[in-house]
Design a protein around this ligand. Structure first.
Ligand SMILES: [Zn+2]
Ligand SMILES: [Zn+2]
Length: 242
C-alpha cells in the first residue's frame, strides 16, 4: 500500500526563504495533480525570513490572478505564523488574520516577541531549556494559541522545544486543529505516537517545501507512518493507492 498527497498547504516561496515564485509553486502542484496548493511563507516576526506586511497585498493579487490562470487547482494564501511568547500569542493582528485564507503556526528559532528583552529571553530559553517545567509552559502556550486564534495546523511540534504531545493533541482535537507530520522533521517518540493516536486529533502531512521541486514531497513522514503503523485514515490530505 502506498499513498500520495492531494493537498499541500505548507510551502514556501521567495517571499520568505523559499526559492521559487508563487506561480512556480502552483505550476508544480498542477503538474503533480494536486487538488489544492497553499502558500505559507514565514510570518512577520521571523527574524531572518519573515515576510513584510507591505508584501501581503501583492501576494494576494498574485494568488487571485493565478486562480484564473489555473482553474484546475484550488490555490490559497496562508501564512506560517510564529508563536512569539509564553502567553500563546502569534505574530498576527486581527487585521492581519483577515488577509489570509488559513493559518498554520509553530515555534521557530529567532523570532521577535514583546520588546527586545522579552524576545531575547524567549529565544534563549527555547534554545537551551529542556526542563520538564519549561516543556509544560511551552505546551500551555501552544494550547492558548489554539484556543485564541483561528489556526488550522500546528506545524512541526517538538521542533526547537519539546512539547507535551498528549496535552497538545487533546487540545487540538477539541478545536479541530490538525497536527502536522512535517516533510523535513517528523519528530515523535513511540510513546508520543501512541498519545497522538489515543487522542482524536487528525494528522496532516506538510512538505514544508522551500523549492517548487519539493512540493508534495513526503518520503520522511511516509516512512515514519509505516514504521509506526499509523492508520492512513487519520491523515486528512492523502490519497491511498494500492
Ligand atoms: Zn516552520
Ligand atoms: Zn515552513
Amino acid at each position: 500500500m502506498d499513498f500520495k498527497l492531494i493537498a499541500d498547504y505548507h510551502t514556501h516561496t521567495k517571499y520568505s526563504d523559499g526559492k521559487g515564485s508563487i506561480e512556480d509553486s502552483v505550476k508544480r502542484a498542477v503538474e503533480l495533480g494536486l487538488k489544492m496548493i497553499g502558500i505559507s511563507d514565514h510570518g512577520f516576526n521571523h527574524v531572518k525570513s519573515g515576510i513584510k506586511r507591505s508584501q501581503v497585498q501583492e501576494m494576494r493579487e498574485e494568488v487571485e490572478r493565478l486562480k484564473k490562470v489555473y482553474p484546475q487547482i484550488e490555490i490559497k494564501l496562508g501564512i506560517e505564523a510564529n508563536l512569539v511568547n509564553l502567553d500563546g500569542e502569534i505574530d498576527l493582528t486581527e487585521e492581519d488574520i483577515k488577509n489570509f485564507d488559513y493559518i498554520i503556526f509553530g515555534i521557530h528559532y529567532f523570532t521577535f516577541g514583546k520588546g527586545v528583552k522579552g524576545s531575547r529571553r524567549f529565544n534563549l530559553k527555547n534554545a537551551i531549556s529542556k526542563s520538564k517545567k519549561y516543556i509544560e509552559k511551552v505546551t500551555d502556550s501552544y494550547i492558548k494559541a489554539i484556543e485564541k486564534y483561528p489556526v488550522s495546523v500546528v506545524v512541526h511540534p517538538n521542533y526547537v522545544v519539546p512539547v507535551n504531545v498528549k496535552r497538545l493533541a487533546e487540545a487540538a482535537a477539541k478545536k479541530d486543529v490538525y497536527i502536522e507530520l512535517n516533510g523535513k522533521r517528523t519528530d515523535f517518540s513511540e510513546q508520543q505516537v501512541k498519545e497522538l493516536l489515543d487522542s482524536n486529533v487528525k494528522l496532516i502531512i506538510g512538505s514544508d517545501a522551500h523549492s517548487p521541486e519539493r512540493i508534495a514531497e513526503c518520503e520522511n513522514p511516509k516512512q515514519f507512518i509505516f514504521k509506526n503503523n499509523i492508520p492512513l485514515s487519520r491523515i486528512v490530505n492523502i490519497k491511498v493507492e494500492n
